[in-house]
Design a protein around this ligand. Structure first.
Ligand code: DQA
Length: 140
């Protein structure tokens, strides 16, 4: 059974309430229950933090044992050399995910420090971006 760790960064704990026109009206907790039902043969875990250091600690913790990490680093995507270095430091492949199509949004969202360190990126499919990423890990 493949072990897949989903990691969400800052402000993603407010999914469902936060800018619903951009991010939808479902909480991640509700979506995660649906996701687990879709992939009964995978071991899915979920972690969220608003702190850069805690995200890095989680990447280190699972990054030598999980089969894949699905990472939505939120705004740290556009700022964090430290998270990019954490991704480069581990052996587990990381898939970068975004709910919104960041390329249709403000220019500062067009650059990701993380993409170059990741195996691939899935951007702009709403919550379904996470399902596509889990599916990608299962097909490695
Ligand atoms: C996001 C896009 C980021 O630019 C933003 O800061 C987020 C969410 C997304 O999932 O679309 O917090 O990562």
């Amino acid at each position: 059974m493949k072990r897949i760790q989903i990691i969400n960064g800052p402000n993603l704990n407010l999914l469902g309430k936060r800018e619903p026109t951009v991010y939808g009206s479902q909480t991640f907790e509700a979506y995660f229950e649906e996701l687990k039902l879709l992939f009964p043969d995978a071991e899915l875990s979920y972690f969220q933090s608003n702190s850069e250091g805690e995200l890095i600690d989680k990447i280190h913790e699972v990054g030598f044992s999980a089969d894949g990490i699905v990472l939505n680093a939120g705004a740290y995507t556009h700022t964090s050399v430290a998270i990019a270095d954490a991704i480069r430091s581990i052996t587990t492949p990381v898939i970068e995910v975004h709910i919104s199509n960041v390329f249709k949004r403000e220019a500062f969202r067009h650059h990701s420090y993380l993409s170059e360190a990741c195996k691939g990126c899935i951007v702009g499919f709403g919550m379904d971006s996470y399902r596509l990423a889990v599916n990608a890990v299962l097909n490695f």
